[in-house]
Design a protein. Structure first.
Length: 203
């Protein structure tokens, strides 16, 4: 998915200039990477604040319209005010269509209610991971990765190796790792109730 967003070049730099921008309803930001010098830019605060509330903005290639010239970027970092709902700084990284990028992509869990563990065995779905580190070409970057839980029974878990990743997308893992993504567990109350109903052993 590709998203359009507007920005303007920023000539003044430094903390004083940044404070003036924020008072005027703008956010200082920077675009870096791609073999080019870092470019200071400014964003409209309301526009970036609302964009950041959309999940896709965090895991999509963004067409940054910078004073009429477009650059393909991904969001890399966001700084927020300590207690106010204000964005204070944003970092974007340039991307090249021919080079793979490393991005965290959100996981969307589906069909838990159809799994044997939930439907007939009284279990509940536990989401161990909420996002996954992946690498791919910018054109293959998925907005999210769907995790199908329909085949899980109580006591079973789904690992990263069991995910169906989109074409051209691979998980970024340390050697030998295969972390759990989700599991079906019996609610603690049900376990305690079952234990209470079990007759004590006689000597």
């Amino acid at each position: 998915m590709t998203i359009e967003f507007n920005a303007s070049a920023r000539a003044e730099q430094g903390s004083g200039a940044s404070r003036r921008l924020r008072r005027a309803g703008h956010v200082p930001a920077i675009v870096y990477g791609g073999g080019k010098a870092a470019t200071p830019i400014t964003l409209d605060h309301n526009a970036i604040f609302h964009a950041l509330r959309k999940e896709a903005f965090h895991s999509s290639v963004i067409n940054l319209n910078l004073d009429g010239a477009k650059e393909s970027v991904i969001l890399r970092d966001v700084h927020m005010h300590a207690y106010k709902p204000l964005v204070t700084h944003v970092d974007f990284q340039r991307v090249d269509a021919t080079h793979k990028i490393h991005v965290k992509v959100p996981l969307h869990f589906v069909n838990a209610e159809l799994s044997p563990g939930v439907k007939t065995q009284g279990g509940i779905a536990s989401h161990v991971l909420t996002e996954l580190d992946v690498q791919c070409l910018p054109g293959n970057l998925p907005e999210f990765i769907e995790v199908d839980l329909s085949g899980l029974s109580v006591g079973h878990s789904l690992h990263v190796s069991g995910l169906k990743l989109p074409a051209g997308v691979e998980a970024v893992l340390h050697k030998g790792e295969d972390p759990v993504v989700a599991a079906i567990a019996v609610p603690r109350g049900a376990v305690e109730a079952a234990a209470a109903e079990t007759p004590a052993e006689t000597k």
